[in-house]
Design a protein around this ligand. Structure first.
Ligand code: FAD
Ligand code: NAD
Length: 466
């Protein structure tokens, strides 16, 4: 029987990164993946394909709506070739997942293709083309998540769909109804709105992206409304029915009145559930909690002491970079090191345009904690760089401790915020004050100057350019 120091079940960003780090630390490592390609949700049906379609649709919008402002005239009609756009997305995915094959080989990691199930705490059965058994001294569960659903919705995966189908539609919807105004709904909603679909968002809470700072929700809502998306907030969906090529969604609004929305596609994006189907966790003594997550302690160790779990299948934000950090953390813990993850400093990003990004505490959280804080906010429209490119929507907001000036949270919406947030993460990791950021030189003209200006505003209300 093949024996390993560590076996990893699941090859998403949690699993494959854990495998590489284990191999780097000298462990004999195997990774088990039930699908034929490595990379998990993120590479196959998540981060990478959605960003490919966001980029393609962004180019289309630029060409149809903004090129003219820059003095670029394109004779004739500009058309979308959806098949080609989806084909390009798939090529990006294929190239990226192929890259993981290369990394596994390079690090001498054995890849098993098949469903991994525990026989006991040190033996795993792999059901692929043939069924085999391996022995592993330690195992990392990195089985990720799947889309969740509402109990009364039948997902036919043709017109009542999840993000997985929305990434490979054969036609542009005429009217896409989106249930859930969270990250997936807004990213994919923006893709299809740009391509010409009418888009209606139906959100249960009174604001979109409800876990982020309320200022960001408000600003992003404005952007969607400006793009003529219908934003139905505080709506409780009651039923979703497919009738031929139509989908009819019924919901109650805030006043309790019934609202009927008719479209041709309905994307259900109400969150994701941890995935442990077929894992046979009980056989290894691994406890699954009432939320369906693998239960872990602070070392990410499960109730079986030689088995760890990481990523979407455990508590916490369902983000690729969180899963990666946890993969490295567990590998280093198993090697006897003492790694650390500061969950407060895991940034969250929504890749709409303008991009939304945040790290640390929101204003709502600081109020709830009774923390005295001050706010420095700076609008992108006041930046030369933003005007030069025509990306003037949004702002950077820095929340700092009222007494010590330490940065407690940074929330931004605007051009390239997905990248700009990295500066805030570094600053907060080193416990910078708003004044520290404000005294560092930021190249001119850049979007990053908005971070410096917001820091100046937080320090002494002395932003220079407003
Ligand atoms: P996964 O990536 O879900 O991987 C788990 C793997 O385990 C899968 O390949 C699965 O097939 C395999 N598996 C499960 N059970 C078994 C078994 N018993 N045997 C063998 N294999 C098994 N996050 C971001 O940070 N940024 C983004 O931009 C972003 N965009 C997203 C867009 C979409 C549309 C979606 C759906 C998600 C997005 N996410 C994004 C979330 C991100 O994809 C997840 O947080 C991340 O993939 C979690 O990684 P993971 O390793 O925990 O699990
Ligand atoms: P989400 O949690 O971001 O959003 C779900 C939304 O649905 C919330 O706004 C919630 O209030 C709403 N909702 C829940 N029940 C509802 C109901 N009955 N009716 C109407 N609205 C309802 O979940 P998601 O958008 O499905 O994404 C799943 C996960 O994938 C998230 O945890 C996210 O972190 C991850 N993801 C991340 C990125 C990124 O980092 N850019 C992109 C896509 C997905």
């Amino acid at each position: 029987m093949n024996s390993y120091d560590v076996a990893i079940i699941g090859s998403g960003p949690g699993g494959y990164v854990a495998a590489i780090r284990c191999a780097q630390l000298g462990m004999k490592t195997a990774i088990i993946e039930k699908y034929s390609t490595l990379g998990g949700t993120c590479l196959n049906v998540g981060c990478i394909p959605s960003k490919a379609l966001l980029s393609s649709s962004h180019h289309y919008e630029e060409a149809t709506k903004h090129f003219e402002d820059h003095g670029i005239e394109i004779p004739g009609d500009i058309k979308v070739n959806l098949e080609k756009m989806i084909g390009r997305k798939q090529a990006v995915v294929d190239q990226t997942t192929g890259g993981i094959d290369f990394l596994m080989k390079k690090n001498n990691i054995t890849v098993y293709n098949g469903l991994g199930s525990f026989k006991d705490a040190t033996h795993i059965t792999i059901k692929g083309e043939e069924t085999i058994e391996i022995e592993a001294k330690k195992t990392i569960i990195a089985t990720g998540s799947k889309p969740s659903n509402l109990p009364f919705i039948k997902l036919d995966k043709e017109r009542v769909i999840t993000s997985t189908e929305a990434l490979k539609l054969k036609e542009i919807p005429k009217h896409l109804i989106i249930i859930g105004g969270g990250v997936i709904g807004l990213e994919l909603g923006q893709v299809y709105r740009r391509l010409g679909a009418e888009v209606t968002v139906v959100e249960y809470m009174d604001r979109i992206i409800p876990t982020m700072d309320a200022g960001l929700s408000k600003e992003l809502n404005k952007v969607f409304k400006k793009a003529k998306c219908k934003m139905n907030l505080s709506h409780k969906v009651k039923s979703v029915e497919r009738v031929g090529d139509k989908v009819i969604v019924k919901a109650d609004n805030k006043k309790g009145e019934e609202v009927i929305i008719e479209g041709d596609y309905c994307l259900v994006s109400v969150g994701r559930r941890p995935y442990t189907d077929g894992l046979n966790a009980e056989a290894a003594g691994v406890k699954i909690n009432e939320r369906g997550q693998v239960d872990v302690n602070n070392h990410l160790q499960t109730s079986a002491s030689n088995i760890y779990a990481i990523g979407d299948v455990i508590k916490g934000a369902m983000l690729a970079h969180k899963a990666e950090e946890e993969g490295v953390f567990v590998a280093e813990t198993m090697a006897g090191q003492k790694p650390h993850i500061d969950y407060n400093l895991i940034p969250g990003v929504v890749y709409t345009w303008p991009e939304v990004a945040a790290v640390g505490k929101t204003e709502e959280e600081l109020k709830a904690d009774n923390t005295a804080y001050k706010v420095g906010q700076f609008p992108f429209r006041a930046l030369g760089r933003a005007r030069a490119s025509g990306d003037i929507d949004g702002f950077v907001k820095i929340l700092a401790d009222k007494t010590t000036d330490e940065v407690l949270g940074v929330h931004m919406i605007g051009p390239r915020c997905a990248d700009l947030i990295a500066e805030a993460v570094v600053a907060m990791e080193y416990k910078a004050s708003a004044e520290d950021i404000s005294r560092m030189s930021h190249a001119h003209p850049t979007f990053a100057e908005a971070v410096k200006e917001a820091a100046l505003a937080a320090t002494e209300d002395r932003a220079l350019h407003v």
